[in-house]
Structure formats: C-alpha cells, structure tokens
Design a protein around this ligand. Structure first.
Ligand SMILES: Nc1ncnc2c1ncn2[C@@H]1O[C@H](COP(=O)(O)OP(=O)(O)O)[C@@H](O)[C@H]1O
Ligand SMILES: CC(=O)N[C@@H](CCC(=O)OP(=O)(O)O)C(=O)O
Length: 284
C-alpha cells in the first residue's frame, strides 16, 4: 500500500460551474435542527416537495444533537458541551458519524420520499464535500472542525440529477481525519460556498426572541450589530449562538438574508420564500 498520508490536498475543482448552474435557478439552503426533526409535520415535507416540483432547489443540512446525546448515553459514553460545541473524543466521533450520516440522514431522506419528493443523502465526508480543519480550541473540544472548503460541484451534480441533497455535518481533511461540525456552522458554510441568496434555519422556537416590557416577543428583523449586543447581554444564549454566528458569517458574503423559523408553522418554507414576515430575518 502507498503512503496515504502523502496525499495532502483535496479536490477543489469546478465550483464556479456549480455556482453558475445553481444561480440560474432559485435555490436555498435549509438547516434543520435536531430539536425539531421528530416533530416536523408531514405538511413540512409536502411543502418541500412542492417547492422542488416547482423548480426551486432546496439544499438541506441537518443536525441531530439530541439523538447523538441519547445514543452516547445508551453506550455509557460521557458527553459535554464547551461553548455550544460537543467535546468530541474518538469514541464520541464514532457515534456522531453513525447517528448523523446514518440514522438521522436516512430518516430525513425517507420522509422527503414519502411526501413524493426526491432526496439523496450524503455526509460531508463523501466526495470530500465538507473539508475541515481543527477548531482553534481543539485542545479543549477534541475532534471538532471548522469548514475550510465546500466542494459545491457535488451539490450541483445531485440537484442536476433532480434530487435534493441532504447533508450530514461531518467533515474530512486531506489526511482522512473526520471532524464533528456544528450543523449551523456547516449550513452557513454550504450557503456561502454555493452563493445562495437565502439560508432558512428551522428550529423549535418562532425566531429570535427578546423580552420587551415584560413579554417575550419575536424580533422580525435583526442586524449584525443587534446580534452582537444580544449575545453580550445574554438575550441570545446556548443553541441560538452558533445559529446567529453562522448567519453573520454568511451574510457577509453573497447570502442576502438568513431567516430563523419554527418548523411547525404551516408551509413555513414557501412563506419565507414568498417574502412573508415570519420568524426572524437577519440582515446586514
Ligand atoms: N434569544 C433567543 N430566542 C430564541 N431562542 C433562544 C434565544 N437564545 C437562546 N435560545 C435557545 O436556542 C434554542 C434553539 O437552539 P437548539 O436547541 O440548539 O436548536 P436546534 O436543534 O434547532 O439547532 C431554543 O430552543 C432556545 O432555548
Ligand atoms: C461540534 C458539535 O457540537 N456538533 C454537533 C453536531 C450536531 C448538531 O449541530 O445538531 P443540532 O443542530 O441538532 O444542534 C453535536 O455533536 O451535537
């Protein structure tokens, strides 16, 4: 066998072709959180299918944090989060890949197919789709990755075949090392590299909320500055932090807006795409 470690670069070709093809059609990236996956009604997937049938190309990136935690617990493997990132040992990484690229990914693909849509599941490892490097605080969190590149020609290939890609957020580097990537971070990177106009983040709350005069209200629009202030004040905390950070990261590029919505709202995706005021829009 040759020295596999000598192969240091991963494929970076043809992304411009992919971008041109996707830009000629309306596409959007949808991130679907583990908090909401099981509760998503059939009507959510029917809406997705209708969008696909009308020629819009959805690209899905999913999470699955609660299912990972459940499986780790069953196996007696300890888990903890450091600033929203799961401390990922080799043993945790095995379970992360098994759950995200296996059961959760296939569950979503099956639900889309049941609604009559066409979906193809893939993880960030396949075709080196999501290329990653260790996060800055890897000494603390272990095998957690930051995205360095997204091989978007693979996404274009899948959509050109008439399927919507369903992507599990596991990354890979040139040495074949796998990384656990926060799903919001992965979705933001996919949206940025594809250059889609919009990313829709589907979660279990109706948007970014703030207490105003004693009542919790959904903010219809927030700017990057407001997000920074709300993180500093503690109004945005926990699982909302990686979402807003991913949003801020991608709206600094080609992505025009990121919308955070509750997946149980009827026809939420098509309503966002039609420009209805729903959830929270994050704008520059
Ligand atoms: N300002 C905020 N507005 C709404 N939700 C918030 C806010 N700050 C923190 N959160 C929390 O973020 C959670 C969503 O993040 P998370 O549980 O990680 O969802 P997902 O699995 O969809 O990624 C909400 O359920 C809520 O507890
Ligand atoms: C590094 C890191 O924390 N990765 C996440 C990946 C899954 C995820 O992000 O799922 P949600 O979108 O459901 O939270 C984890 O291990 O839980």
């Amino acid at each position: 066998m040759g020295d596999e470690r000598a192969v240091k670069t991963l494929d970076h070709q043809e992304n411009n072709v992919a971008r041109d093809a996707l830009e000629s059609k309306q596409s959007f990236v949808m991130k679907c959180g583990g908090s909401t996956l099981a509760a998503l009604p059939d009507s959510f997937f029917e809406d997705l299918k209708q969008l696909q049938a009308s020629g819009i190309q959805p690209v899905i990136v999913h999470g699955g944090g609660p299912a990972i935690s459940e499986n780790l617990e069953k196996l007696g493997i300890e888990t903890e989060f450091v600033n929203g990132l799961r401390r990922t040992t080799e043993a945790v990484l095995d379970v992360v890949e098994m759950v995200l690229a296996g059961s959760i990914n296939k569950q979503i693909v099956r639900r889309i197919q049941q609604s009559g849509g066409r979906a193809l599941g893939i993880s960030g490892v396949d075709g080196a789709l999501i290329q990653a490097q260790p996060v800055a605080n890897a000494a603390e969190v272990g095998w957690v990755g930051d995205v360095t590149y997204v091989q978007s020609s693979i996404i274009e290939g899948i959509t050109a075949m008439g399927y919507m890609p369903v992507i599990a957020p596991v990354g890979v580097d040139a040495n074949g090392q796998r990384y656990n990537i926060n799903a919001d971070t992965a979705a933001g990177a996919v949206a940025s590299h594809l250059g889609t106009d919009r990313m829709i983040v589907v979660t279990d709350v109706p948007g970014i909320m703030k207490e105003i005069e004693g009542t919790k209200q959904v903010l219809p629009v927030v700017t990057v500055q407001q997000i920074e202030d709300m993180i500093a004040s503690g109004d945005i905390y926990g699982g909302m932090i990686p979402k807003v950070k991913a949003a801020v990261g991608c709206i600094q590029g080609d992505v025009q807006e990121v919308v955070i919505v509750n997946g149980s709202e009827p026809k939420v995706l098509s309503r966002v795409l039609q420009g209805e005021t729903i959830g929270t829009r994050i704008v520059r």
